[in-house]
Write a protein that binds this ligand. Structure first.
Ligand SMILES: [Zn+2]
Length: 70
């Protein structure tokens, strides 16, 4: 059965997403190598949605979808 999983990625230019933890935008900043966690969320084995987190927020949230993969 498919399970939710998370990966760690650099925030790319043009990213527009809201952090699922703090609600603030996850956005590209020219001088900062900002990282985000992207989670593919499955509910009862069915893909439900993608959630974005600031990397720090994902840690703060207690890694709700497990340790982020590369
Ligand atoms: Zn956040």
């Amino acid at each position: 059965m498919a399970e939710s999983r998370a990966v760690l990625r650099l925030v790319e230019p043009g990213t527009s997403a809201e952090c699922a933890h703090c609600g603030r935008p996850v956005k590209f900043q020219a001088r900062v190598q900002a990282r985000q966690v992207i989670a593919n969320v499955y509910e009862a084995g069915v893909w439900a949605r993608v959630e974005h987190y600031h990397a720090e927020c994902y840690e703060t949230a207690g890694q709700p979808y497990g340790p982020p993969g590369p």
